[in-house]
Design a protein around this ligand. Structure first.
Ligand SMILES: CC(C)(COP(=O)(O)OP(=O)(O)OC[C@H]1O[C@@H](n2cnc3c(N)ncnc32)[C@H](O)[C@@H]1OP(=O)(O)O)[C@@H](O)C(=O)NCCC(=O)NCCS
Length: 201
C-alpha cells in the first residue's frame, strides 16, 4: 500500500482512496484502492476497508471490523465492533424506494451487533437488527431481526442452526428449551435458554 498524503495518525490509506474532510478514522485502520469515506463517517480502530468500498455520512463502524471489496455502507447503518462484511454484500436504507418520490427523511436504520458475520453477496433489508455473533450465509436475504448466534441462510433467511464465536456450528437445538455446549477451540460455554443461545461470561 503506498501511503498518500495522510493527515491521520497510523492509518494506511491508498493514494486512490478519497477521504472527505471530517471523517474520523481510528488508528491501525487500512483503506484500500478506490474506496470513498464520507465526511460524517465514524470508523473505529484496526478496521480493514477493502477495495471499492463506500461509507456514508451517518455511518458508525466499530473497532476491528472487516469490510470486504465492493460494499456500500449507507446512511443509517451502525456496525458494532468486530463485524465482518463479506464481499459485495448489500445494505439498504430506503424500504420502498421510488425514483420519483423523495424518501430521504424515511431512512430506516440497520444495526449489526458485535462479532456478526454478513456473508458474501447477502442483502440486508433496512430496519433490522442483526444480533451479536449471528452468521448470515453467502447470498442470504435478511428481512427480519436475527437472534444472537443464529446461523441464517436462504431467500428469505431461515435459521438452520447456531454458530459459535469461533465460527463453527453450536450443536444445540432450535426447538428445545435447554442445552449446554463447550467450544473445543475457545472453551467458551454456550447455553440454550428459552429458545435463545447465550454465552457464559
Ligand atoms: C453457512 C456456511 C458457513 C456453511 O455452514 P455449514 O454449517 O457448513 O452448513 P452446511 O454446508 O452443512 O449446509 C447445511 C444446509 O444449509 C445449506 N446452505 C449452506 N450455506 C448456504 C447458503 N449460504 N445459502 C443457502 N443454503 C445454504 C446447505 O445446502 C445445506 O442444505 P441441506 O441441509 O438442504 O443439504 C457457508 O455455506 C457460508 O455461506 N459461508 C459464508 C462464506 C462467505 O460468505 N465468506 C465471505 C468471505 S470470502
Amino acid at each position: 500500500m503506498s501511503p498518500s498524503i495522510n493527515q491521520y495518525h497510523d492509518v494506511d490509506i491508498h493514494s486512490s482512496a478519497i477521504i472527505d474532510d471530517g471523517a474520523q478514522i481510528g488508528v491501525r485502520s487500512r483503506i484500500w484502492h478506490f474506496s470513498h469515506i464520507s465526511g460524517g463517517a465514524r470508523v473505529g480502530c484496526n478496521v480493514s476497508i477493502g477495495q471499492n468500498v463506500f461509507i456514508g455520512n451517518r455511518v458508525t463502524i466499530g473497532n476491528n471490523c472487516k469490510i470486504q471489496n465492493n460494499v456500500s455502507i449507507y446512511d443509517g447503518v451502525i456496525l458494532e465492533d468486530g463485524v465482518f462484511c463479506g464481499p459485495s454484500m448489500v445494505f439498504t436504507n430506503v424500504y420502498n424506494p421510488r425514483s420519483l418520490v423523495e424518501r430521504k427523511s424515511e431512512y430506516r436504520n440497520t444495526i449489526v451487533k458485535m462479532g456478526a458475520t454478513l456473508g458474501a453477496n447477502c442483502t440486508i433489508v433496512c430496519g433490522v437488527v442483526v444480533e451479536k455473533f449471528a452468521f448470515i450465509g453467502a447470498g442470504t436475504l435478511v428481512n427480519e431481526d436475527v437472534k444472537p448466534y443464529a446461523l441464517m441462510v436462504g431467500v428469505p433467511a431461515k435459521q438452520i442452526g447456531w454458530m459459535s464465536e469461533f465460527g463453527e456450528r453450536i450443536p444445540l437445538s432450535m426447538t428445545g428449551d435447554e442445552g449446554r455446549y463447550k467450544c473445543p477451540h475457545t472453551m467458551q460455554i454456550y447455553r440454550l435458554i428459552g429458545g435463545q443461545v447465550v454465552r457464559e461470561e
